[in-house]
Design a protein around this ligand. Structure first.
Ligand SMILES: Cc1cc2nc3c(=O)[nH]c(=O)nc-3n(C[C@H](O)[C@H](O)[C@H](O)COP(=O)(O)OP(=O)(O)OC[C@H]3O[C@@H](n4cnc5c(N)ncnc54)[C@H](O)[C@@H]3O)c2cc1C
Length: 316
């Protein structure tokens, strides 16, 4: 039995692993079979992660994190967790290959998934003009034309933020009623760089190496139109990956894992959460990494509070 199993190989999971490994907890990290490395594997240049003044490619950053975690003794398994039993003192983690691992603690760091438009070329051009994060990528669109898809608070916020860089920001929404709060709407509507395009859905993304434009369809009369632009920001929602813990851990109204204050402690003793899976607000690599640190330190404190004979059951 392990002292700690970490589920997830994004910045939260690997940072938790680095701390746990350096604390001699010999963590086992379940990284996923096809999505190891997390969301940053889907992007190109990361320019806002401290320590890399010239920027670093997302996949390179994640390889370095894995290397650092393994260097201190983390065992990384490229498989998916398919079920979890978190109720007792001993947590059971079942993998896709059928293996069952046991541990005194679990750090749940499965991240969250941005909702996609589900149209062709969206994935191919991700990082080449298609983005889900204005904070991350807005800087690349200075003096360019971009569009934000969505009608909620995050779409308004992304659009308003993008006007710091872009010359022109279209907000494309499928109806003529925004879901965003009045204050966010008013701020965006008053911004002279933002133009609202109502009753339209994005059906095509044009561009070979980089995005050059989008094709729209009117939701009322089905007419088609195009807009030339360099960036398309998709802001239609985000789903924390919590399906494995439904009915086991308390969730917030936003669907993220509920934790106790600034800690990583979930509603079950010995189960800790880190990264975007508990974050509705910040969702950045560095905040996820910080959250992984918190989880590893909380695990250490929790293990230190267990009676000696329980701790001794963990052989690795
Ligand atoms: C296109 C894009 C560009 C971005 N650019 C930037 C940027 O420039 N700067 C920045 O700071 N942030 C950026 N972000 C945001 C950043 O990627 C996230 O905030 C960060 O990755 C969250 O880290 P995390 O560890 O919480 O989750 P994730 O990175 O999502 O990692 C979660 C991990 O858990 C794994 N997992 C999930 N379920 C299971 C399971 N059942 N079994 C095993 N493993 C599982 C996943 O496969 C994944 O490896 C970007 C995001 C995207 C999508």
């Amino acid at each position: 039995m392990r002292q700690v199993i970490i589920i997830g190989s994004g910045p939260a999971g690997y940072t938790a692993a680095i701390y746990a490994a350096r604390a001699s907890l010999s963590p086992l990290l379940i990284a996923s079979s096809v999505e190891a490395g997390g969301e940053l594997m889907k992007t190109t240049e990361v320019e806002n992660f401290p320590g890399f003044p010239d920027g670093i490619m997302g996949p390179d950053l994640m390889m370095k994190m894995q290397e650092q975690a393994e260097k201190f003794g983390t065992e990384v398994v490229l498989d998916d967790v398919v079920s979890l039993d978190l109720s007792g003192d001993v947590k059971k983690v079942t993998l896709g290959n059928g293996d069952i691992h046991e541990a005194l603690t679990v750090i749940y760091a499965t991240g969250s998934a941005y909702r996609k438009l589900g149209i062709s070329d969206e994935t191919r051009l991700s990082g080449y003009g298609v983005s889900w994060c204005a904070t991350c990528d807005g800087f690349f669109f200075r003096q360019k034309t971009v569009a934000v898809v969505g009608g909620g608070d995050s779409a308004m916020e992304e659009a308003t933020f993008l006007t710091k860089f872009a010359d022109k920001v279209y907000v494309i929404h499928r109806s003529d009623k925004l879901r965003a709060s009045k204050i966010m709407q008013d701020r965006a509507l008053a911004n002279p760089k933002i133009e609202f395009v109502f009753n339209k859905v994005v059906e095509r993304i044009y561009g070979e190496a980089l995005v050059t434009g989008i094709g729209l369809r009117d939701t009322v009369d089905a007419s088609e139109s195009t807009i030339d632009l360099s960036g398309l920001f998709v802001a239609i929602g985000n789903d924390p990956r919590v399906h494995l813990v439904h009915g086991q851990l308390e969730l917030t109204d936003d669907g993220t894992i509920a934790v106790d204050g600034r800690s990583s402690r979930t509603s079950l003793p010995g189960v800790f959460a880190a990264g975007d899976v508990l974050d509705v607000t910040y969702r950045q690599a560095i905040t996820a990494a910080g959250s992984g640190t918190v989880a590893a330190l909380d695990v250490e404190h929790y293990l230190a509070s267990l009676p000696r004979h329980v701790l001794d059951t963990a052989s690795v």
